[in-house]
Design a protein around this ligand. Structure first.
Ligand code: IDP
Ligand code: MG
Length: 139
């Protein structure tokens, strides 16, 4: 049986709005298993590592500032095709057009900010998942 792991974050907007339980509930109801969980206040060094693919983009600094603006919840979820499956649960990046029924489509909207505030992060490939899980949970 080939199981897979992904790194999921509830971003500061999700924590501030008390949506941690809602996000975890959707992951669990879909049938994935949360196998590690922690709440933390991320610092700049950690976030620059986590978002290194976006360095140099216009939203990079607002993204780092936003992600430092309050506590976040990091978790590892496991299951067959969980990377793709969680991205499907989350919906597309822009919450205005994210499909209803998804986390971003149901729970977020454009706030007029420099960075899109969209409740959750999910790894986008097995390589990113391995790299991001190590950043938040170590080897
Ligand atoms: P993803 O979270 O859907 O994988 P990425 O392209 O990896 O999207 O971008 C990381 C995060 O940066 C997004 O979730 C969002 O918060 C923010 N972001 C991405 N693209 C833009 C943009 O064009 N303008 C403002 N913020 C953005
Ligand atoms: Mg991404």
């Amino acid at each position: 049986m080939s199981s897979e792991k992904t790194l999921i974050l509830v971003k500061p907007d999700g924590v501030r709005r008390s949506l941690v339980g809602e996000v975890i509930s959707r992951i669990e109801r879909k049938g994935y298993t949360v196998t590690s969980l922690r709440m933390l206040q991320a610092d700049r060094a950690l976030l620059e590592r986590h978002y290194e693919e976006h360095k140099g983009k216009p939203f990079f600094e607002p993204l780092v500032e936003f992600m430092m603006s309050g506590p976040i919840v990091a978790m590892v979820a496991e299951g067959n095709r969980v990377i793709e499956g969680f991205r499907s649960l989350a919906g597309v990046t822009d919450p205005t057009v994210a499909a209803p029924g998804t986390i971003r489509g149901d729970l977020a909207r454009d706030q007029g900010t420099k960075v899109v505030q969209n409740i959750v992060h999910g790894s986008d490939s097995p390589e990113s998942a391995a790299r991001e899980i190590e950043i938040f949970f170590g080897k």
